[in-house]
Ligand binder design. Structure first.
Ligand SMILES: [Zn+2]
Length: 278
């Protein structure tokens, strides 16, 4: 009897965490690295972005995707002619397994420091989402070396990455911005954080009661950011692979469109959850 109850309890726990089979195949599908623009390169898998920012003093890596992808990302860094140990700073869009799951292994292999937004530090250091939700799985915990707040800058070798807090999807969801110098002049590059609801409880979220207000503030804030080049954590949102094929990276109208679509989805999800809560 006890054994059967235990088995049921274990099954319930397993069901609460999405199985690897639930993830899109592209998330763990290796792809050759490529230069996006100026000093920015793509080193992620086909379905999950990892961006490498090259400076004269070493490399910055934004997102390590899933733990299983770390060898593929490291192979891509080496294929571009860099050393894995040249990565000096690790950054994260947000503390979910599909973007932060590889950070612990990457930190071990690179010896780099991890800089992360205050609101995501708990999630990163505990390897799980902060707040009530029913979607996101756990991931290897990783120690944060520098806690950031909204507007903080991370600089290396004359390159500056600015952290903009666009919370909701996670409490420390961070939109990173930088500038690339191209023949056409200086261009604003934006790495927008995710804006999807993704299983977040919007009503009665006890751990994160301010979640709805944070989403709404983030829609407004992100729509107002000037972006010539948009590089999201989920590459298909900005058709990163298609742009790589065409070479057309400049898309100054894209970010407001992405935000508007996310907001429409959010309002629909609000109504759905409201109907259930009633
Ligand atoms: Zn996420």
């Amino acid at each position: 009897m006890i054994a059967r109850m235990l088995a049921a309890a274990v099954a319930a726990i397993l069901l609460a965490v999405p199985a690897a089979a639930d993830n899109p195949a592209a998330w763990t599908q290796p792809t050759a690295p490529f230069r996006i623009a100026g000093n920015i390169y793509y080193v992620g898998t086909r379905g999950l972005a990892s961006y490498l920012i090259v400076t004269p003093k070493g490399l910055i890596l934004l997102d390590a995707t899933m733990e299983a992808n770390v060898p593929a990302i490291e192979k891509n860094i080496r294929a571009l002619g860099f050393k894995v140990r040249d990565v000096k700073i690790l950054l994260n869009s947000h503390a979910h397994f599909d973007h932060a799951g590889g950070l612990a292994a990457m930190k071990r292999d690179t010896g780099a420091e991890l800089d992360a937004m205050d609101g995501d530090v708990w999630a990163l250091e505990n390897g799980k989402h902060f707040g009530d939700q029913n979607y996101v799985g756990t991931f290897p915990a990783v120690k944060v070396d520098r806690r950031l707040k909204d507007g903080d800058r991370v600089t290396l070798g004359g390159v500056t990455m600015t952290a903009i807090l666009t919370a909701g999807h996670t409490r420390g969801c961070t939109t990173w911005t930088t500038t690339v110098r191209l023949k056409a002049g200086a261009k604003a590059v934006v790495f927008p954080c995710s804006l999807s609801v993704a299983g977040n409880k919007l009503y009665g979220n006890k751990a994160y009661p301010g979640i709805v207000g944070d989403y709404r503030a983030s829609f407004k804030r992100m729509a107002a950011i000037n972006a010539d080049i948009v590089l999201p954590a989920h590459p298909e949102i900005a058709d990163v692979m298609g742009r790589h094929a065409s070479g057309k990276w400049l898309a100054p109208d894209l970010l407001p469109k992405i935000v508007a679509e996310a907001q429409t989805d959010f309002e629909r999800e609000m109504m759905k959850q409201q109907a259930i809560a009633k």
